[in-house]
Design a protein around this ligand. Structure first.
Ligand code: GAR
Length: 264
């Protein structure tokens, strides 16, 4: 057991998942320590949670960076080590029909914000980065600079749906509007897609007649607060292994996928 696992977190909002992880570190349910909290949003409530617990925190104001990029793209300075071609090749989150310019503006503007994030994060040594309600897509530029050990991932995300159903920004809303009878949440490693990375853990809850979207969010968050610390502790215990698998399909085809195997 490693008693010194250092955890960094990125948030955008209220930070109840962040709080669950901090509490689990303090109670010993996670053998780790929260070493920093970063936010893309200066008014994220989760920043106060970090402040109250004396945890280092910082803001990289995405809205401001993206506004600057849009108003003066030619004067925007891209990080020197940014390769548009590399990111275009790896990332597959763009809707069909997105123009080359839209994709390249997205990747360039995010890389500007992400290089600031990386600069802030460079002040801390960390073993695991948890996205706890961080509402920004990360590009390969950022992911490859955090996941530096081949075949290993150290970025986790929590998503408010039973993936692979309902990726995107409104998992509980999509679950509700689809008339699902069960809702849930998923913790996964982050890859270059949108909420498409290898699944670590999932929890579900029933959706009953008369449940409103608000009920579903409340039930879901309760599950998230249990699931995320459990998955972080599995990481700390080194029980999570990424394994490349090949599966035969009924039509004779083959699908290759990286999945998480968990030690008992
Ligand atoms: C949570 O429901 C989390 O699953 C979701 O945002 C909420 C954050 O709540 N994350 C996403 O939708 C990521 N795409 P919190 O700030 O109270 O932890």
């Amino acid at each position: 057991m490693n008693s010194a696992v250092r955890i960094g977190a990125l948030i955008s909002g209220g930070g109840t998942n962040l709080q669950a992880i901090i509490d689990a570190c303090e109670s010993g349910a996670i053998d780790g320590k929260m070493v920093f909290v970063g936010s893309d949003n200066p008014s994220a409530g989760g920043l106060d949670r970090a402040r109250h617990r004396g945890i280092a925190h910082f803001v990289v104001d995405y809205r401001d960076i993206l506004r600057r990029f849009r108003s003066l793209p030619s004067e925007s300075r891209l990080p020197e080590d940014f390769s548009l071609q590399d990111c275009q090749h790896k990332q597959h989150i763009f809707p069909e029909g997105a123009s080359v310019n839209q994709v390249s503006d997205f990747l360039k503007s995010r890389a500007m914000a992400e290089s600031e994030l990386l600069m802030q994060m460079a002040g801390y040594e960390f073993d695991l980065l948890v996205l706890a309600g961080f509402m920004r897509n990360l590009t390969p530029y950022f992911i490859d600079r955090v996941n530096v050990s081949p075949g290993q991932s150290r970025i986790m995300n929590i998503h408010p749906a039973i993936l692979p159903a309902f990726p995107g920004t409104d998992g509980y809303g999509d679950t509700f509007r689809h008339g699902c009878k069960v809702g849930g949440c998923t913790v996964h490693f982050v890859d270059y897609g949108e909420d498409s990375g290898p699944i670590i853990g999932q929890r579900t809850f029933p959706i009953l007649p008369g449940d409103t979207l608000d009920c579903i969010k409340k039930k879901g968050l309760k599950q998230e607060w249990k699931l995320y610390p459990e998955c972080v502790q599995l990481f700390v215990q080194k029980k999570l292994h990424l394994v490349r698998k090949e599966f035969s399909l009924p039509d004779g085809g083959i699908v290759r996928r990286t999945i998480v195997e968990i030690d008992p």
